[in-house]
Design a protein around this ligand. Structure first.
Ligand SMILES: [Zn+2]
Length: 242
């Protein structure tokens, strides 16, 4: 009787298993009503990153960042200041029209730790109303300025239906003398699955340069894509802010 060599048998088994697996996946895909989601999950399990930008919209740098994101076909999340959305409605609308997630960063970048809850809630609600006017819906995704929030405030906001979102990886691009390479290194040093990365497309006074963020961003996106990461917005991440 003809015997197949052992290594060939193993190979054949692997090919057969793959065929069975492929057929299974094909059947799942055919039967699924949400094919895109399924394909995405099969191709790149867990390797998701959320890029986030605080303190905009900015009349100069937000547009530059949007240009980079558009060229790379990447969607991000912008934590916007309500009063600046009012001042720069065209930039705000561009963020929305290009498919990014718009989130809440208070109306005037207030320090929550030094503010009464009633005032905090008013500032956030006022911003949420502006967001709703642009997006047509209220996502209630909120990041406190400077990441400062007490546990009590966090609990109250959660009860009022807000998702409070901080970050995992800080690019530290807000530092005045930071170089492009330092921004890249700060991000790459902390990267991992389902991490939220903090950048700034402005500052709350609207005076800072974000030129180095704009220069670092395409390189960071390229590096992460080479590592197999895909980019998601905060509203696409399941367990954030719960
Ligand atoms: Zn901020």
């Amino acid at each position: 009787m003809f015997m197949l060599p052992m290594n060939l048998l193993v190979k054949k088994t692997k090919i057969f298993s793959f065929q069975v697996l492929s057929l299974g996946l094909l059947l799942i895909l055919i039967n699924s009503s949400c094919d895109n989601l399924l394909i995405e999950n099969i191709d790149l399990p867990n390797k998701a990153i959320a890029l986030t930008f605080d303190d905009g919209p900015d009349p100069i740098y937000t547009d530059m960042i949007l240009d980079v994101l558009k060229e790379k076909d990447v969607k991000a999340t912008f934590f916007l200041i309500g009063s600046k959305m009012k001042r720069y409605p065209n930039v705000t609308e561009r963020i929305f029209n290009e498919g990014h997630c718009l989130a809440n960063h208070t109306y005037t970048h207030i320090n929550l730790e030094k503010t009464l809850y009633k005032e905090i809630y008013n500032s956030i609600s006022k911003t949420e109303t502006v967001l709703q006017g642009v997006c047509g819906e209220s996502l209630k995704i909120f990041r406190p300025p400077w990441g400062k929030i007490t546990l009590e405030e966090k609990d109250k906001l959660k009860k009022d239906g807000f998702k409070v979102v901080l970050w995992d990886v800080n690019s530290k691009d807000f530092r005045s003398n930071i170089t492009v390479n330092e921004i890249i290194n700060n991000v790459m040093a902390g990267i991992g699955n389902n991490k939220i990365v903090l950048f700034h497309d402005s500052d709350y006074l609207g005076k800072a340069s974000r030129k180095n963020t704009v220069l670092a961003l395409p390189q960071i996106i390229d590096l992460l894509q080479e590592m197999g990461y895909r980019f998601v917005t905060i509203d696409e991440m399941d367990n954030v802010g719960k």
